[in-house]
Design a binder for this molecule. Structure first.
Ligand SMILES: NC(=O)c1ccc[n+]([C@@H]2O[C@H](COP(=O)([O-])OP(=O)(O)OC[C@H]3O[C@@H](n4cnc5c(N)ncnc54)[C@H](OP(=O)(O)O)[C@@H]3O)[C@@H](O)[C@H]2O)c1
Length: 340
């Protein structure tokens, strides 16, 4: 009998998520019912939003309950299908869970995507062609509408989303792209590898003074992955009619602690700022166009893709907390198995 390894939620995390919030189990391979697709896991992606799904209300998705397998974005190969659009052997990307085999529905808020034949690694469908890359693309192109002449700032600029957002802004003709990250090494990476014009080390630099120096005429577009005090400071450096995109709030840790709004929000009024959110679900029907544009920029060498690939099913619980405590630049993925 084939064994299905599973990482189940042992208890709801209190504060920071910890490896022992999960427990290892072995179950049977699930049996698909009408509409289900049985998928064998090949890669798990790691996303800060997984911490949101572990809260009492789950945020924008149903909360993961103790005893359930941890939800993730993943890449898998179809083993058996009760949905005519998917066939055994197909490679797919979508909502999966931390198990060797899981049942996936194609009718959720995001499509279960067929992966194209391509000459790049399939795991890039979780990164540059996955949630991070596509959110960066729609956030910069549609949310912030970055164009020539814009000075753009991106926070969490070595993350899966932030590392691409600035490069996309550059590809759309931005005048200056500034990234914010923690530590001198990451700041060096932002400039040398991701090609940003400048970087600010939020752990060691005076953020306000650096923004004044690097963006003396103000920031036209801010791609916010961090929220909190950083967002509050950015309000003070926005140019009149500047645009802010709220993509995430890493500084909150996404725990159950109530979030505090920005104190400097009257700048929205006095500088006629636009503040907009983004959730990739709203762009679900435009994903093929977004992926095609990203693919063109990657092929032209205008976007540097960074992947932080780890190996082994057993590692999943220890990798999730590193999104909040510090990890290498780029998209964090876990290799589970190879396609057959
Ligand atoms: N709205 C959407 O549809 C959508 C889609 C994708 C992602 N997101 C959001 O985008 C954000 C980034 O996600 P990602 O997947 O791109 O990132 P990631 O690859 O998981 O990296 C997260 C980065 O955040 C930084 N960070 C962690 N804690 C921080 C803090 N307290 N202050 C400042 N920076 C901190 C870390 O870099 P340092 O070492 O520099 O601190 C880390 O590299 C998250 O908030 C996520 O929820 C939203």
């Amino acid at each position: 009998m084939t064994i299905n390894r599973q990482w189940l939620l042992a208890r709801r995390p209190q504060g920071d998520v910890r490896p022992d919030d999960f427990r290892l189990a072995e179950g049977a391979v699930p049996v698909p019912q009408d509409g289900d697709v049985l998928v064998r896991s090949l890669f798990f992606g790691f996303d800060a939003s997984q911490r949101i799904w572990l809260t009492d209300d789950g945020g924008y998705m149903p909360p993961i309950m103790p005893g359930e397998a941890m939800r993730c974005m993943g890449i898998g190969q179809v083993v058996e299908s009760r949905n005519p659009d998917y066939r055994p052997g197909d490679l797919v990307e979508g909502f999966m869970s931390w198990q060797d085999y899981c049942l996936v529905r194609a009718d959720g808020p995001m499509p279960l995507r067929h992966l194209p034949q391509a000459d790049y690694p399939i795991s890039w469908n979780l990164g540059v062609f996955g949630v991070g890359g596509l959110t960066a693309y729609f956030g910069v192109a549609d949310g912030l509408k970055v164009g020539p002449g814009d000075t753009v700032v991106v926070s969490a600029a070595t993350g899966a989303t932030g590392s691409l957002a600035g490069q996309i802004a550059r590809a759309r003709g931005a005048k200056k792209v500034i990234g914010i990250a923690g530590g001198p090494e990451k700041c060096r990476w932002i400039v040398e590898q991701a090609g940003y014009d400048a970087a600010i080390d939020y752990r060691n630099d005076d953020l306000g003074a650096k923004l004044k120096e690097l963006a003396p005429e103000g920031v036209n577009a801010y791609f916010d992955n961090v929220g909190g005090d950083m967002l509050d400071e950015l309000f003070l450096h926005m140019a009149p009619r500047g645009r802010i995109l709220i993509c995430g709030a890493m500084s909150s840790g996404y725990t159950d602690v109530k979030l505090q709004g920005p104190a400097n929000y009257m700048r929205i009024c006095t500088h006629q700022l636009t503040v907009q959110g983004i959730l990739l679900f709203f762009y679900a029907d435009q994903i093929p166009q977004g992926a095609a544009q990203l693919g063109q920029w990657v092929a032209e060498g205008r976007i540097h893709v960074e992947e932080n690939r780890q190996h082994g099913f057993e590692k999943a619980p220890e990798l999730l907390p590193t999104l909040f405590s510090g990890k290498a630049p780029g998209k964090l993925v876990l290799h589970i198995a190879d396609p057959v």
